[in-house]
Design a protein around this ligand. Structure first.
Ligand SMILES: [Zn+2]
Length: 321
C-alpha cells in the first residue's frame, strides 16, 4: 500500500527540518496505519482473491471528489469501505456522529458515506444495471468502542470486534468474471481523479531552509557513510545502492516542492544531499532514472506526482502490506 501524497509531502518536510502541522501529520499516519491493518486482515481472513480497489478518488459530473479507502467489487454489489483508526469511543446518535463522549458533533462520516453511495451508484450503473452500492465504516482500533442508536441506511458500522464476521460473510462470494473485471476497471478509470485534498509544498525561495545531508531510507537519520557503490547507515545498518539513494532524494525534493516540479535539478539534488555524492554521479543516475524536461534556460527532471494513476488493486500490493 502506498501512502497518500499529502502524508508523503509532510514526512519529507519533517525529515528536512521544516516545521509541519504535527496534528495533521499524526492523523494521516494513524489513517495510513489503520488502512494497513485492514489490508492485513483481508489477507489473514482469506479474502485477498476478491477484487479490492485501493484509494480510489473519483468524481461524477460537477460533484465533489470522493474516496473510499477500499472498494470491494463483487458480481452484484460494491462495498465502499472507510477505515477509521479512532482511539476513542465513536457514537452515532440521532443521525449525528460523536467522538469520545463529546457533545459537539464531529464531521458526519455516515452522511458522507451515504452521499458517496449515490455517486458510486451512478458509476456502478455504467458497469451493469443490477449492481447495488453500500458502505461500511470499519473502526479498526482495538480501543474504539462503537455505539449506535439507529441503523443508518446503506451504511454499516463495523467495530474491530466484528471485523472477522464482517469480512467472512464474503468468503463464499464468487469472484467477478474477467470480462466484468475489465469492464469495471475501465469505468472506474474514467471517473478517477487526483488526490482530493489540498497539498502544500514549499515555495522555491525556501530551498535554503532545508536541512542538508543524506538521509537513511530505513531509519530516517542523517550521517551516512559512502562506500564505492553503496551508502551505509551507521545507525540502523542499512545499505542502499547509490543510484537508489539519488532517486530517493530526488523524489524527496519533488515532494517538498510539490507545486514546483522544476526544482528537481542536478544542482538541487546535489545540494540537498549536502555534497556527499558528486554532481557527476548525481547527473549519471538522474539521467538514467528520469526524463529531462528542457525549459528556457534550465532543465529539470520530471517526477510526476499528480498524474492520474491507474486503478490500484490490493492484490498488486499484498507483498508490501
Ligand atoms: Zn538507517
Amino acid at each position: 500500500m502506498e501512502k497518500n501524497v499529502e502524508l508523503r509531502v509532510l514526512e519529507a518536510l519533517a525529515v528536512r527540518g521544516v516545521p509541519v502541522d504535527e496534528a495533521a501529520l499524526s492523523n494521516l499516519r494513524a489513517g495510513y496505519e489503520g488502512e494497513q491493518k485492514f489490508a492485513r486482515a483481508v489477507v489473514e481472513f482469506g479474502l485477498s482473491h476478491l477484487m479490492w480497489v485501493e484509494d480510489y478518488w473519483f468524481k461524477v459530473g460537477n460533484g465533489p471528489k470522493r474516496q473510499p479507502d477500499f472498494l470491494l467489487i463483487l458480481p452484484y454489489e460494491w462495498v465502499a469501505i472507510d477505515v477509521k483508526n479512532y482511539q476513542s469511543r465513536f457514537e452515532y446518535r440521532e443521525g449525528k456522529c460523536y467522538l469520545n463522549g463529546g457533545t459537539t458533533p464531529m464531521d458526519n462520516i455516515v452522511v458522507a458515506a451515504q452521499n458517496r453511495n449515490q455517486s458510486l451508484q451512478k458509476v456502478a450503473r455504467e458497469v451493469a444495471g443490477n449492481i447495488s452500492v453500500r458502505s461500511a465504516l470499519v473502526f479498526i482500533n482495538e480501543n474504539c468502542h462503537v455505539y449506535q442508536d439507529d441503523m443508518p441506511c446503506d451504511v454499516e458500522l463495523v467495530p474491530r470486534t466484528l471485523l472477522k464476521p464482517f469480512l467472512e460473510q464474503y468468503l463464499g462470494t464468487g469472484v467477478v468474471k474477467d470480462w466484468l473485471r475489465d469492464r469495471t476497471l475501465s469505468v472506474l478509470d474514467k471517473y478517477q481523479t487526483e488526490y482530493g485534498f489540498e497539498v502544500k509544498g514549499l515555495r522555491v525561495e525556501q530551498f535554503g531552509e532545508l536541512r542538508r545531508g543524506i538521509v537513511c531510507g530505513g531509519c530516517g537519520q542523517y550521517g551516512l557513510v559512502k562506500n564505492k557503490l553503496h551508502i551505509h547507515c551507521p545507525h540502523c545498518g542499512a545499505e542502499e545502492a547509490t543510484g537508489d539513494v539519488v532517486k530517493r532524494h530526488a523524489l524527496q525534493l519533488r515532494l517538498v516542492f510539490y507545486d514546483n516540479p522544476e526544482m528537481v535539478t542536478i544542482k538541487n539534488v546535489y545540494e540537498l544531499m549536502g555534497g556527499g555524492i558528486t554532481q557527476r554521479t548525481v547527473r549519471t543516475y538522474m539521467y538514467k532514472q528520469f526524463k529531462v524536461v528542457n525549459k528556457a534556460r534550465a532543465s529539470y527532471y520530471d517526477i510526476d506526482l499528480s498524474a492520474k494513476k491507474s486503478v490500484t488493486l490490493l492484490s498488486d500490493g499484498i507483498s508490501s502490506v
